[in-house]
Design a protein around this ligand. Structure first.
Ligand code: RIB
Ligand code: CA
Length: 332
C-alpha cells in the first residue's frame, strides 16, 4: 500500500507527539501538512511541540500551520496538569530549528481537499475548533476528504477530564457538536477514550520495553510521557499511561486494527453538568447514524506498530513529497 496522504490537526501534547511519529516515521503515512490548535497547551506551545516532534522524525519538510487559539464559545481549559507545563513532560526539550508557516490552519484545512478531492485523510487529535470553524465556511468540507478520523469522545461515557466526558470534546463541545452534525458514518470515524483506556495502555512492562529499545525516537516517546503516567494513576486509575492519539492515528494508518465498531446517531451535550458528553441514541426511532464509533482495537497489533516505528534506526529523511501548493501569504 502506498503511504496514506494525511493532514493532521493537533494540540501537540505528549501523546499527540507519539501519533506524529507514527504518521511521519512509520512509512505508512504521507503527511502533507500539520495544523495546530489550542487544547492540551496554548496554541503557541502546541505549535512548538509539533515542530519539535517532526524534527525528531527528521521530517522538517512537513509544513506546520497554527490555527485557533481558543475554543469557539469558551475560554481555553488546557491539560497542562496532565502533560506538563510545556505539554511534553517538562524534560527541557530544545527549541525547534524552524518556524511555523504563515498560512492559517483553517485555510489549509479548506484548501487542501479542494486541491486533491477525495485523496486526503484528515486525522484530528485535539479539540475540534479548527475543523468546526472551517465547516462554518464550507459545510461540505468533511465530504471532500477521503476519510476523517477523530480522537474524540468516550462512547462508554467513562470520561477522563470529567466523569462522562473526554477532553477533546469537553474542551470545545460546541465545535464537537458542529462536526458531529455535519458528519456521515461513511466519512467520519471517532476513536474515543474508551478505546485508549482498554487497548492502548502502556503498562510498566511496555514502558520498560520502550526504554530498552533505546533509539532516539523510543527514548523521546518514553520521556515526554512521564507526567501522564502520574496523572492517569491519580485520576482514572489506569495501570500505566494511555495513548489516545497514537491509537487513533494507528486506526487511520491501519484500519484493519479495528476489532469492534458501530454506527450510531450521536449528539454532544453542551450544558454545564453534562458538558462534552456523547448522547448516543440507539433506539429504533433514532435519526440515521452520523458517526462510525470504533469500540475496540487489536492492542498487541497497535503496540507492535508503535514499537517497530520507534525502533527504526535514524531513518534518512525521505525525499520531500511535493508539498501542498503554497497558500496566499504562506511564506516558506
Ligand atoms: O482525551 C484525550 C485527548 O485529550 C488527547 O488528544 C490528548 O492529547 C488530549 O488532547
Ligand atoms: Ca491531543
Amino acid at each position: 500500500m502506498p503511504p496514506l496522504p494525511l493532514i493532521i490537526d493537533t494540540d501537540t501534547g505528549s501523546d499527540d507527539a507519539v501519533a506524529l511519529l507514527l504518521a511521519a516515521a512509520s512509512g505508512l503515512g504521507d503527511v502533507r501538512a500539520v495544523t495546530t490548535v489550542a487544547g492540551n497547551v496554548p496554541l503557541e506551545t502546541g505549535t512548538r511541540n509539533a515542530l519539535i516532534s517532526l524534527e525528531m522524525a527528521r521530517r522538517t519538510d512537513i509544513p506546520v500551520h497554527p490555527g485557533c487559539a481558543r475554543p469557539m464559545a469558551r475560554p481555553l481549559s488546557s491539560a497542562q496538569h496532565v502533560h506538563g507545563e510545556d505539554g511534553m513532560g517538562d524534560i527541557g526539550l530544545p527549541d525547534p530549528g524552524r518556524l511555523p508557516e504563515s498560512g492559517h490552519a483553517i485555510d489549509v484545512l479548506l484548501a487542501a481537499p479542494r486541491e486533491r478531492p477525495g485523496e486526503l485523510t484528515l486525522v484530528t487529535l485535539a479539540p475540534l475548533t479548527n475543523i468546526a470553524a472551517a465547516l462554518l465556511r464550507d459545510p461540505e468540507l468533511l465530504t471532500r476528504y477521503r476519510h476523517v478520523y477523530c480522537m474524540a469522545g468516550a462512547a462508554d461515557l467513562r470520561g477522563n477530564v470529567a466523569p462522562t466526558a473526554e477532553f477533546n470534546v469537553w474542551a470545545d463541545p460546541e465545535a464537537a457538536r458542529i462536526v458531529a452534525q455535519a458528519a456521515t458514518p461513511d466519512k467520519v470515524t471517532w476513536i474515543g477514550w474508551d478505546v485508549s483506556r482498554k487497548d492502548a495502555v502502556m503498562t510498566p512492562a511496555d514502558q520498560r520495553h520502550l526504554e530498552e529499545i533505546g533509539t532516539p525516537l523510543a527514548t523521546f516517546a518514553h520521556r515526554i510521557n512521564r507526567t501522564v503516567a502520574d496523572s492517569v494513576r491519580d485520576v482514572t486509575g489506569l495501570p500505566g499511561y494511555d495513548l489516545p492519539d497514537p491509537v487513533a492515528m494507528a486506526v487511520a494508518l491501519r484500519p484493519g486494527l479495528v476489532t469492534e465498531a458501530e454506527r450510531a446517531y450521536v449528539e454532544i451535550a453542551v450544558g454545564d453538568e453534562a458538558r462534552g458528553q456523547m448522547i448516543i441514541d440507539r433506539r429504533v426511532c433514532a435519526p440515521a447514524p452520523n458517526l462510525t464509533l470504533v469500540r475496540r482495537v487489536d492492542a498487541s497489533g497497535f503496540k507492535r506498530l508503535l514499537f517497530d516505528t520507534v525502533a527504526a534506526p535514524d531513518a534518512p529523511a525521505p525525499d520531500a513529497p511535493a508539498p501542498l501548493s503554497p497558500l496566499p501569504g504562506n511564506s516558506r
